[in-house]
Design a protein around this ligand. Structure first.
Ligand SMILES: NC(=O)c1ccc[n+]([C@@H]2O[C@H](COP(=O)([O-])OP(=O)(O)OC[C@H]3O[C@@H](n4cnc5c(N)ncnc54)[C@H](OP(=O)(O)O)[C@@H]3O)[C@@H](O)[C@H]2O)c1
Length: 302
């Protein structure tokens, strides 16, 4: 094959995600090459091995994808790849560990649209509680919302201390102001849920984290969004395909967003970012803010 589009997938964990490999072929990369158990310190040498072999024309048809399970590590790897480039030998890099970045971007863009439909300006000043907030989707969603002026609480079943440790770590790295909250028991959940304007179910797949009875006591709630598509769903009463469906028994007639409805936007964002890598003349560094920008464009059409 003459001048193939090649995607090198640097993955810190044992297995590259088949989801990401499928998506790369969907976006018509001709060759998708996985690398597993890649450490942060390997990125410089791997990047320089990637950029020099194909000439100035070839770098435009070469890209790097960063996977894994951790949001912070993936962004560190993206930045490390950036510093290893030697222009004009420079390729685009896209980070999306565990699909967390594209999922969080789609989720937050959809929530923002629903807030505006309810006559709100957006995230500014809103309280968001993210259940399962210590996972990669929750952390990334929290950072995006905090950057938009929301008061973000990452919650953990392991208690406030652990949740606060996660929030502090990411606050220091990303220059935001998030807090920790305790989701270890139903009573602890009610303590924050009555104050929440937006609640997100972002815990491990196949776990219900909120019941309808709890939601119906959420006196300030405007939006309840769930990204868990594996039964039992994360938030009882929010269907997988729901996009702004009213939760009639909630005090402020909150609306629900379901995992597959968000997943549809996530898919479009993921695909678009691969297309952007292929079609750009200037190398791109595609992180959570870049994904959010693309997601907002898709969500605006909802
Ligand atoms: N819709 C989509 O397109 C899409 C795409 C990607 C991912 N997802 C979904 O998004 C969700 C979050 O993904 P992720 O990779 O960030 O999740 P994850 O890392 O598997 O889990 C997130 C957090 O869930 C909590 N957790 C673990 N076991 C639990 C249990 N038994 N009960 C309650 N909480 C538990 C943990 O936090 P604590 O121990 O600190 O509480 C963990 O940090 C998942 O449901 C995933 O399937 C959806």
């Amino acid at each position: 094959m003459k001048d193939p589009y090649l995607l090198h997938m640097f993955n810190p964990t044992k297995n590259v995600s088949p989801f990401d490999v499928n998506m790369a072929y969907e976006a018509q990369f001709d060759g998708v090459i996985p690398y597993s158990e890649v450490a942060l310190d390997d990125i410089h040498a791997l990047t320089q091995d990637t950029i020099f072999s194909r000439g100035k024309k070839g770098v435009k048809r070469t890209g790097i994808f960063i996977g894994g399970r951790e949001f912070g590590l993936a962004i560190d790897m993206l930045n490390r790849a950036n510093t290893a480039m030697v222009p004009p030998f420079e390729v685009s890099v896209f980070a999306d560990p565990s699909g967390a970045i594209t999922t969080a971007a789609a989720l937050m863009a959809c929530i923002e649209v629903e807030l505006k439909k309810k006559g709100e300006e957006g995230f500014n000043g809103k309280r968001i509680d993210i259940i399962g907030g210590t996972g990669p989707v929750g952390v990334c969603a929290g950072i995006l919302a905090a950057n938009c002026g929301a008061e973000v609480y990452l919650t953990s079943r392991r208690g406030t201390k652990v949740a606060t440790e996660y929030a502090s770590e990411y606050n220091a790295r990303f220059g935001v102001d998030m807090y920790g909250a305790d989701s270890s028991t139903d009573d602890k959940i009610m303590e924050f849920l009555t104050k929440s304007n937006i609640v997100i179910g972002a815990a491990k797949a196949g776990i219900q984290v909120l019941s309808k009875k709890q939601l119906d006591q959420a006196s300030n709630l405007l939006v309840a969004a769930d990204v868990n598509a594996v039964p039992p769903l994360g938030i009882e009463g929010v269907g997988v395909h729901d996009m702004g469906v009213e939760l009639p028994d909630t005090p402020k007639k909150a609306v629900g967003l379901g995992a597959l409805a968000v997943g549809d936007i996530k898919y479009k964002v993921h695909f678009t970012m691969f297309e952007m890598m292929k079609n750009t003349d200037t190398p791109l560094y595609l992180d959570h803010e870049a994904a959010f920008k693309v997601a907002r464009e898709f969500a605006a059409k909802l």
